[in-house]
Design a protein around this ligand. Structure first.
Ligand code: ZN
Length: 325
């Protein structure tokens, strides 16, 4: 399994394929830094890739793992929001700008998960082909304060990632036709693993009584999971599809505590990219457990149960079912 955070080693020979991207030179790095005076310091550019690798940048760690499984050693991958990062509130760095300026392909989640990506793309002067991995997926929408909002957390339903794998394979094949067959075969092998994962989650959830399938997290990140696997998401304290709102009011916390007591939920969940303090306070006030962390918006570090998408979903299903039993 290739981790998205690693850069794979390319083939030992150079194929006669014309690339859209060029290698970063000290002069181009300097130019980029000069062009972006709003950014205080010039960071070092990512290491140059083998000239046989397609330069791909991906906005967040979960998506990057999916891309790595499809592209494997044909890609030089850069990920903007890494393990335990929060894409909702992310602030791009000069390193991101340089990587994007030099990339052939930008793969993003879409559905408003990365509110900063349009500006970053524009500032970078990048000519990268933009690929929205969630294209074609039926989005979940919610009414928030009278506005219709789109739920970006589509990866929480495995069939969506099966569809995204197809989109990614087609985009990589178009950008790098010499390896099209390899992308297709890798995607197919990964989709088989995803189908097994989907079945595993359904079987695991079936061991939990229907009335116990109630999830409380800090922000509304598990709506697609709930829809696919038959859960209800109780009012979240951040009351939002993003984490941008900041801490909730005392009244909002009291209302969530009331809901938890009323629904007799035995446990609430911390999210890996968020400060656990809020859920600790809610759990203490409601008198329930809060000892479990779920991987919602990003992967965790290599070596952890959240190091890949397959592992994080497996872990989340086990944790949710065991905590609510
Ligand atoms: Zn989120």
């Amino acid at each position: 399994m290739i981790s998205a955070s690693q850069t794979a080693v390319g083939p030992s020979f150079i194929r006669p394929v014309i690339r859209h991207a060029t290698l970063i030179t000290p002069a181009s790095s300097l130019l980029l830094c000069l062009l972006t005076l709003a950014i205080p310091a010039c960071e070092k550019a990512p290491p140059p890739s083998s000239s046989a690798q397609l330069r791909v940048v991906v906005t967040h760690s979960i998506l990057s793992d999916v891309v790595a499984n499809v592209g494997q050693d044909h890609l030089h991958l850069t990920t903007f929001v890494g393990p335990n990062g929060d894409a909702h509130t992310y602030e791009p760095t000069p390193r991101d700008l340089i990587a994007l300026a030099d990339a052939a392909v930008l793969i993003e989640n879409g559905l408003q998960f990365e509110p900063w990506v349009d500006k970053l793309y524009e500032s970078s002067g990048s000519k990268a082909v933009r690929v929205v991995a969630s294209q074609g997926i039926q989005p979940r929408t919610l009414n928030e304060d009278g506005h219709e909002e789109t739920d970006p957390h589509c990866w929480q339903s495995v069939p969506n990632v099966i569809a995204m794998t197809q989109t990614i394979a087609a985009a990589l094949a178009a950008a790098d036709p010499a390896h099209a067959e390899s992308y297709r075969a890798n995607a197919q092998a990964y989709q088989t693993q995803l189908q097994e994962l989907d079945r595993y989650i359904q079987e695991k959830v079936s061991t939990l009584p229907a009335e116990s399938r109630v999830i409380v997290t800090s922000h509304d990140s598990l709506g697609y999971f709930a829809q696919r696997y038959g859960f209800t998401v109780l009012g979240t304290p951040l009351a939002s599809l993003t984490t941008e709102a900041g801490d909730p009011s005392a009244q909002k916390i009291a209302a969530v505590v009331q809901e938890i007591r009323h629904a007799q939920v035995p446990a609430v969940f911390i999210e890996n990219m968020q400060n656990p303090k809020l859920m600790a306070q809610i759990a203490a006030e409601a008198g329930v457990r809060f000892d479990s962390t779920l991987y919602t918006d990003s992967l965790d570090q290599p070596g952890s149960p959240g190091e890949t998408y397959l592992k994080m979903m497996h872990y989340n299903a086990d944790t949710i079912v065991e905590s609510l039993k």
